[in-house]
Design a protein around this ligand. Structure first.
Ligand code: HEC
Length: 258
């Protein structure tokens, strides 16, 4: 039998309140991890901030979608993107990344947040370069494309895995593993509390995992909304999501040892 979920930490994003609770799904709580609780809290905080930062980048792309489409992907400069990213993150996480040195965050957390901002900016700079002169058959630089490129590069550089996933993914590379599947099923339940992440220390205590739920905004519905099955402008069948419904998650896998 698999032994998972020795620790389960559920966090309310809204209030930032943190409580160690019983497992939400599956697993046993047989063996307590030898990892100090303080370390678990720090890992949880780091993973959550990375998910919020990646999602903030996705949201900035979303906000600029019309501009990006009309300029064939070249209308958003890396500098403008970074400015909007830091504004978005400050609004959502209450942390000013310009002032990172003056925060009480752990050194590793600071390093990873800086690396993720840098990776995000580089991806925008690459897109600029690739699309000058305008690419033939430009189909759109969308939040998911941004997220996938940033995640791949960030994982390569830091060993921290970021992934966008959903129960019925459009891209087979985003298919959930068993842990992600369980969390996505919990998020999909209408009774599940909104904005509540699911996290665990992996059974071998080598990595900490966190699932950060995403919700459908009006923008997302252009592609993922109704009518279900009718293809969107990129040629994918729509999922039939409605406003506010869970639309998947960002999955974070953070090695316990830096
Ligand atoms: C312009 C159309 C479009 C919009 C707008 C859009 N998406 Fe997507 N989404 C896609 C496509 C296409 C993919 C698959 C990308 C790939 O091949 O990796 C995708 C992938 C995803 C994935 C990863 C799982 C999968 O299906 O592969 C998630 C999660 C997701 N979108 C959520 C959202 C959310 C939340 C929003 C709104 C904030 C949104 N999307 C807006 C088209 C869109």
């Amino acid at each position: 039998m698999r032994r998972r979920l020795p620790w389960m930490v559920v966090t309310l994003l809204a209030g930032g309140a943190l409580a160690a609770g019983p497992p939400i799904f599956g697993g046993e709580q047989s063996e307590r991890s030898s990892i100090p609780f303080q370390t678990v809290l720090e890992l949880e905080h780091t993973a959550r901030l990375l998910a919020v930062l990646l999602d903030s980048g996705r949201a900035v792309i979303n906000d600029n979608q019309i501009l990006l489409d009309e300029s064939q992907g070249r209308g958003l400069t890396p500098e403008a993107f970074e400015r909007q990213l830091l504004d978005m993150f400050r609004g959502r996480a209450g942390i000013d990344l310009h002032e990172l040195d003056h925060t009480a965050l752990a050194p590793r957390t600071k390093r990873l947040l800086r690396a993720l901002v840098e990776t995000s900016r580089q991806v925008i700079a690459d897109v600029h370069r690739e699309l000058s002169p305008p690419a033939k058959g430009f189909t759109g630089f969308i939040p998911a494309a941004f997220g996938a490129r940033v995640s791949a590069r960030f994982t390569e550089q830091t060993g921290v895995r970021l992934k966008q996933t959903a129960l019925a993914p459009r891209n087979p590379a985003n298919r959930p593993d068993a842990y992600e599947q369980g969390a996505l099923e919990a998020f999909a339940d209408a009774a599940y509390p909104r904005e509540t992440v699911i996290s665990e220390m992996a059974a071998n205590s080598a990595s900490f995992r966190l699932m950060f739920p995403l919700y459908a905004t009006r923008h997302c519905l252009d592609c993922h909304g109704e009518p279900k099955g009718v293809v969107d402008r990129l040629g994918y069948p729509r999922e039939g999501l409605v406003l506010g419904q869970n639309a998947g998650a960002i999955s974070v896998m953070l090695p316990v040892k830096p």
